[in-house]
Design a protein around this ligand. Sequence first.
Ligand code: HAM
Length: 410
Amino acid sequence: MINAVRGTQDIFAQEAELWRYIEMQAVKIFEQAGFQEIRTPIFEDTALFARAVGDDSDIVSKEMYSFMDRGQRSITLRPEGTAGIMRAFIEKHMDRGSKPLKFWYSGPMFRYERPQSGRYRQFHQIGLEAIGSSSYLLDIEILLLALKLLDALGLKHSCRLCINSLGNDSSRKMFTQALREFLAPLQNSVCSDCQRRFHSNPLRALDCKVEADQYLYKNAPKIKNFFDEESAKIWNQIQQSLINLEIDFEVDESLVRGLDYYSHLVFEIKAENLGAQNTIIGGGRYDKLAESLGGNPSPAVGFALGLERLAALLTNLILSKKSIFIISDDSSAAQKLALQLRKDLDCIIEYDYENSKFKKQLEKAIRKPYAYAIFYLEEERRQNCFGLKDLKNNQDLGSQTYSELIAKLG
Ligand code: HAM
């Protein structure tokens, strides 16, 4: 037997319906704010992710699904959406038009991570990217859209927003220097990942999940003490706007995010009751990504949410439409009735295709369970009426005319 590959899942029935519901809510909210859909390829040139996400990031150094194609090109299944969208933006010269360009996207991403609850090797993101403006108001807009979606899904009160700023390049350079000096004497005592990061990207050490390392980093220098005027101003504007808008947030000075393209604002939204993998949304500003990919300066900001994690918070949401099963001794008569009912009702309407015995059809209707059964047997057809039964409450609702039936089930 061939099973699904480790870290992948089949999504069907109610769960697929829930995903669609989340996506519909997201699209409604995002498009109202002028974001338009973009679909980029699922695989890209490996160099794109190495350059955009960072050679030394966990994603590029150990989590990418990369392979040589038949033309000996190194190809990678996209581990995230931002890099591909920026590649498309540059390639299609979209920076020539009016800015910012605002995109939403939805689709599968691939990372070779250790699978566990809430962490998969194929997972799905819905995201937003706004490219071409450095206004802090766009950062606020992005945050508000993330929060609005959570609110629409009834999750506002079970999530918390954590923010931090990584400042601009020159602030970060000075901070990195100070951090290196602080970390140097600790190198024999920290984990091997942190030892590697010390050389390539010491900032990432702050984000280390090893408790003993975190203890050693307690007195590490703080990035905000290295902010220049511009970085401090933007950081204050963002915090002040959130306060003015009465949005709850926490400043988490250890939040640096696992992708190297960020500057200024970084943020995560975490859910209570979701175990270890509780970050449902991650994002921030990436002002230098366009240039690092060979484009013109195009400051940008965005986020992505993990659909699996979000859906796990919504398992109690009842979405299903009313479902009705037609029981008949003549499947073609049942089909004709179903076609008419589907025109007149916004319900799920099914029937038996095989002229099965009455008892078998009734058992099926009860077992599924359907909410209602319509009896459409020879007797009903002769009298031009319909027997109706509420299966949930096991209650016979008697014989109905067609218009009575529509009124009752509509
Ligand atoms: P990220 O934090 O790597 O950011 O991923 C965003 C979200 O995707 C996470 O918060 C999580 O919910 C979900 N996620 C990530 N990895 C997995 C996994 N292995 N299994 C299940 N869910 C996962 C990015 O990808 C950035 N591109 C976000 C962004 C957009 N920044 C700016 N614009």
